[in-house]
Write a new protein. Structure first.
Length: 194
């Protein structure tokens, strides 16, 4: 008789980083028209529609807004490491086209956004009643909004057990927040595990 190993429904939780947003300062003003001419198709610059230049990279897959003030916003990265790689790639490309940069860029992570699954349904009514800093108004929004103090993040928790974590400043904050809320919800008896 054959025996098939079917995957068990995993208990616990998992998460995935969806987007890391970082601000970058070049500590100098830059001429976007010169950059647009030098970079050609690698950038999008339509000053009549938007004051910044958009620099898209395929690897890592990011979009970076560059402003004449020397400020940049990098979005789309899937990790902090990808943010630094994207900034390094852009700086190297600008330098190779003759753009003079007087100092090293200052990179600061602004927001790490992640999706997560608790692998269990959640009784949101009960969770809203038992959790401090929780808001649940199902006629306005189908998820519970939970503002965690440490790490300082906002969690959107849905009855399906799916979750969005936003506001983290480091990937480690996401890991801590998801683990902490999973344990809290389990302790409160609001996880409906199969």
């Amino acid at each position: 008789m054959f025996k098939f190993n079917l995957p068990e429904k995993r208990k616990g939780y998992h998460y995935k980083i969806e987007n890391v947003v970082a601000s970058v300062s070049l500590n100098q003003s830059i001429d976007l028209v010169t950059i647009a001419r030098a970079m050609g198709d690698e950038v999008d610059y339509k000053p009549e529609q938007f004051p910044g230049l958009v620099f898209r990279l395929k690897r890592p897959r990011t979009a970076t807004l560059i402003f004449s003030s020397g400020k940049m916003v990098c979005t789309g990265a899937k990790s902090e490491k990808e943010v630094f790689k994207a900034v390094e790639t852009i700086i190297n490309k600008l330098k190779s086209k003759g753009v003079e940069l007087v100092s090293e860029p200052r990179v600061q992570i602004q927001n790490v956004v992640a999706s997560a699954s608790l692998n269990a349904e959640v009784n949101l009514e009960k969770a809203a009643f038992l959790l401090d800093n929780a808001m649940y108004e199902p006629e306005q929004f189908p998820g519970l909004i939970y503002r965690m103090d440490s790490p300082r993040v906002v969690l959107l928790i849905f009855s399906s057990g799916n979750m969005v974590c936003t506001g983290a400043k480091h990937e480690e904050d996401v890991k801590i927040a998801v683990e902490r809320i999973y344990n809290q919800l389990k302790e409160l008896g609001v996880l409906l595990e199969a």
